[in-house]
Design a protein around this ligand. Structure first.
Ligand code: KIV
Length: 273
């Protein structure tokens, strides 16, 4: 259904609900610009997340904390423009929704109206339930995000695995049920033990999207720069690298520079007479 079924319109949250009913797994990738998003759209990826991981993966910050609403609107609008079929989910950056449900509403509406996304994502389980409820009542599809929530990097003291131990596992389950109850159409489970993620997935009617959460979730998401081998240095244990784009681009740049310095580029076929 999600793969090969829909060709003439965008994927919707109803398609994702149906996929869960039919046991159809799906893939989500992040995207931060029109060009890359277009490649993923053509590849049939049904959901693209304009993640605030743009902070460290696209904009050169150390983490997601500095990312602003204006930046998310600009990046999300580019991804919407570059795609025809994918459901585009715009991430709500740190400080854009934690103050109050009214603040969440104001900024989610910006992503819908100014960028044209089909859904928004925000971090937090029970603590974000009231905001999710208000957005859903207003007609805004919400993807929740629990477990390791990177906007809390300073509170966590890094990026530790979440949900280990009985109390933490129960809290994760409570968070998952709270966001479902509030009306979220799906929930990201980040960096949680595989067995716990599978349990949560079984107990929820909405699709779970795992990242570092094992194979038992309904969908999987990876940050595109990690999965395509663009990220410099270490990537998290849960990342599988499907290409080595950093090496390919670096080689292309070095070859171009070598030909320029040798005077072999441009050749006659690249020149006008
Ligand atoms: O910002 C992001 O890219 C995310 C995904 C890792 C789920 O939140």
């Amino acid at each position: 259904m999600l793969y090969g079924g829909i060709t003439n319109r965008r994927v919707t949250v109803r398609d994702l609900a149906r996929a869960k009913q039919h046991g159809e797994r799906w893939a989500m990738l992040t995207a931060y610009d029109a060009l890359t998003a277009g490649v993923f759209d053509e590849a049939g990826i049904p959901v693209l997340l304009v993640g605030d991981s743009a902070g460290n993966c696209h904009l050169g910050y150390e983490n997601t904390v500095p990312v602003t609403m204006d930046q998310m609107v600009m990046l999300s609008a580019a991804v919407v423009r570059g795609t025809k079929r994918a459901l585009v989910v715009g991430d709500m950056p740190f400080g854009s929704y934690q103050e109050s449900p009214a603040q969440a509403m104001h900024n989610a509406a910006r992503l819908m109206k100014e960028a044209g996304v089909g859904a928004v994502k925000l971090e937090g389980g029970e603590r974000s339930a009231r905001s999710i409820e208000l957005l859903v009542e207003a007609g805004i599809p919400v993807m929740a995000h629990i477990g390791l929530t990177p906007q809390s990097v300073h509170a966590f003291g890094g990026y530790p695995v979440q949900g280990r131990g009985d109390e933490a596992a129960h809290q994760l389950l409570r968070d998952a049920k709270a966001v479902q109850q509030a009306g979220a159409f799906s929930v990201v489970l980040e960096a949680v033990p595989a067995e716990l993620a599978a349990q949560v997935t079984e107990q929820l009617a909405i699709p779970t999207v795992g990242i570092g959460a094992g194979v038992g979730t309904d969908a999987q998401v990876l940050v595109w720069t990690d999965m395509a081998g663009m990220t410099a240095g270490r990537v998290p244990k849960f990342v599988k690298q499907y290409a080595d784009l950093r090496a390919v681009l670096g080689d292309a740049a070095r070859e171009f520079a070598a030909e320029v310095t040798a005077g072999t580029f441009p050749a006659p076929e690249h020149s006008f007479s």
